[in-house]
Ligand binder design. Structure first.
Ligand SMILES: [Zn+2]
Length: 342
């Protein structure tokens, strides 16, 4: 397909390709495939048995500034609060100023509207950005490791309190890990470009560059279009997925926080099984960031594990044991709120 070729040419693996394509491949349900790993059958959460260790590249850059001050503690196991909250089910205030996207509003929307095209005004290039505090509540100033490059709002949406059929949603947040399968620059170019075609709307919440720099692109209160046809199987073996658009399969996007590692250059070929992996700085920033969401390990997963299209394998060459070790070295907090009303 032309669109697919176009985006592969751009070097973006992005989960949103599923959305891009709108295809419904039924081949590979990773959870139903015969697997020697019982943990994968039980849950789509990350597991120490999930992948074999991968050697880390030697490139190593300093930890995020504030990370170096933190002491080692075990990650919290307490379940995160569900996104749905009755007190949030209020009507939104009138639009303010030129912010036709109401980016200043942090609440959820009650339920999806009938799909509609975006107006010319809504598709205009963004003339403003958001402060770092909209991405991490304790971030009064940016560190050298953190910055905001806001995706165009046509590439992300509201989080909803009910699905398309009106059913109340109670999903606690999950973290979904990705890789870009292309350069940082190509990913940012794609996310900041206005898209009126739903098939072309894609985004992650955060990109983590090779040197460990964290770039926030979609506020955690909003729904990044990171995965198309997808399901999260929780530790009770319940399948979690939300249909927010009648024209597309259900996905995890409504309760997901999508984080993407920038791929190494030898990983730009999406057909390759693996590559040289990610830097220690990337793992350090990823662990530091996820600890700030307070999301428990059993709700951290990968695009590959939630994908139901059979086409997603990212993040390839991901070292699960090393990542979990680093994650457990940071105290869990709620600095990054994956939900609404914050
Ligand atoms: Zn992905």
């Amino acid at each position: 397909m032309i669109k697919r070729k176009r985006y592969i040419a751009l070097g973006i693996c992005v989960c949103g390709l599923l959305l891009l394509l709108g295809t419904r491949l039924t081949v590979a349900n990773p959870l139903s495939m015969a697997s020697p790993l019982p943990s994968l059958v039980r849950s789509s959460a990350l597991s120490l048995q999930n992948t074999s260790p991968v050697a880390l590249p030697t490139l190593s850059i300093a930890k995020p500034k504030s990370a170096s001050k933190l002491s080692s503690k075990t990650a919290a196991k307490s379940p995160a609060k569900p996104l749905g909250n009755a007190s949030l089910a209020q009507s939104l205030p009138p639009e303010q100023g030129d912010d036709v996207h109401r980016l200043g509003d942090t609440r959820c929307i009650e339920r999806p509207d009938r799909p509609r095209g975006l107006t010319k005004q809504e598709l205009a290039p963004l003339a403003f950005t958001l402060p770092l505090t909209r991405f991490r509540s304790t971030a009064t100033t940016a560190t050298t490791q953190e910055s905001v490059v806001l995706a165009h709002p046509s590439n992300f949406g509201w989080r909803f309190l009910r699905d398309v059929s009106g059913q109340v949603l109670q999903n606690a947040p999950i973290v979904v890990l990705h890789e870009t399968v292309g350069s940082y620059e190509s990913a940012i170019a794609l996310f900041t470009t206005p898209h009126d075609d739903e098939d072309e709307q894609v985004s992650y919440h955060v990109l983590i560059r090779e040197d460990g720099k964290i770039v926030y692109t979609v506020p955690p209160t909003r729904r990044a279009y990171g995965a198309g046809d997808s399901v999260f199987v929780n530790s009770d073996r319940q399948e979690e997925s939300v249909k927010t658009n009648p024209n597309y399969p259900p996905s995890v996007n409504n309760f997901a926080y999508h984080l993407s590692l920038v791929s190494p250059e030898d990983g730009y070929d999406s057909d390759a099984a693996g590559h040289s992996g990610y830097t220690r700085s990337q793992y350090e920033s990823l662990a530091w960031l996820i600890a700030k969401t307070g999301i428990s390990e059993d709700r951290i997963t990968t695009h590959k594990l939630v994908d139901r299209s059979g086409s997603r394998r990212d993040p390839r060459s991901f070292n699960v044991p090393y990542f979990l070790e680093r994650l457990r070295s940071y105290p869990s907090s709620k600095d990054i709120a994956i939900g609404c009303g914050f």
